[in-house]
Design a protein around this ligand. Structure first.
Ligand code: LHQ
Length: 261
């Protein structure tokens, strides 16, 4: 398939999607958001796909929004619209696709990239992979489903702590907390995921899809309601001076000076 920001592959009924912007740890630009949506829709429709694997090329899994690309678009961007057009459909699709989705977390997962990792059904991670909320680092509120999935996985206090300290969590600790299913040495991760994915793809995947539907239903707030509410809050956070300062400081590689405004 002719994607510029992704690699895709189908083998043994397993669809593998690899984010492929390794120079920015596979951070998202708009093109990548469009291409991921297209690839997921096709994988959902394709009866020859019975399990999905998401991973990243190079050192990272996905660093969320490409801050350079966003900065280049000036102050007029509506974050609500941005989220509704980019990450929200991706997260929503990952949850509604009735086939198991495995996150092969080869490296850092941050911001919307963490949201994508958490929206997968299972996470197998490379030893040392970093999980970071990242939003508060640039003066923003959580989006991409992180406000819903993270407290469910690790409990409110640890989720809120991760959000406000912005400290990265390493794969080993993430596994102890229940955020990651299993950790592997980096050079064994792909083989472990492949073994699991090929096994799942030959299993009763219709029942697996219904299991996912049932467990989605058990969220007190629906996934789409949570995504809409996040987009509303991010519209507010995106208009603050702290957000502008946070992104400028990141790109200038200096510590931010936040004012709480
Ligand atoms: C990057 C990025 C990046 C560009 C690393 N962009 N270059 C979107 C927009 C609208 C509304 C609000 O919501 C959203 C959703 C979001 O995702 S907002 C959050 C955006 N993401 C971040 O703020 C993450 C920032 N990055 C990090 O925290 C760290 O880089 C992580 C934890 C991902 C990785 O840490 P390290 O392994 O220590 O790598 P590094 O920091 O040295 O980064 C390696 C390179 O990647 C570096 O470039 P360089 O030229 O120096 O090698 C970074 O500048 C670049 N990079 N993230 N998001």
């Amino acid at each position: 398939m002719p994607y510029e920001t992704l690699l895709t592959d189908i083998a043994d009924d397993v669809f593998t999607l690899t984010f492929n912007r390794p120079e920015v740890l596979n951070a998202f630009n708009d093109q990548m958001a469009e291409e991921v949506q297209d690839a997921l829709k096709k994988a959902e429709r394709d009866e020859g796909v019975r399990c999905l694997v998401l991973t990243g090329a190079g050192q990272g899994f996905c660093a969320g929004q490409d801050l350079g690309a966003l900065q280049g678009r000036g102050a007029s961007v509506s974050f609500r619209e941005h989220l509704q057009r980019t990450y929200n459909p991706v997260i929503s699709k990952l949850r509604s696709i009735e086939k198991p989705v495995i996150g092969q977390i080869n490296g850092a997962a941050a911001g919307a990239g963490l949201g994508i990792a958490l929206a997968c059904d299972l996470r197998y991670a490379a030893a040392g992979a970093k999980f970071r909320m990242a939003f508060s680092g640039i003066g923003l509120a959580p989006d991409s489903g992180t406000s819903l999935f993270l407290p469910h996985l690790i409990g409110y206090a640890r989720a809120y702590e991760m959000a406000i300290t912005n400290e990265p969590l390493l794969a080993e600790e993430a596994a102890r907390m229940g955020l990651v299913n299993k950790v592997f040495p980096a050079d064994q991760l792909a083989a472990a995921v492949r073994a699991l994915a090929t096994k799942l793809a030959q299993a009763p995947t219709k029942a697996f899809g219904l299991t996912k539907r049932a467990m989605n239903k058990a969220f007190a707030v629906s996934i789409d309601q949570a995504l809409d509410y996040e987009a509303h809050l991010q519209e507010i956070a995106g208009k603050t001076a702290d957000y502008r300062e946070g992104v400028a400081a990141f790109l200038e590689k200096r510590a931010p000076r936040f004012k709480g405004k």
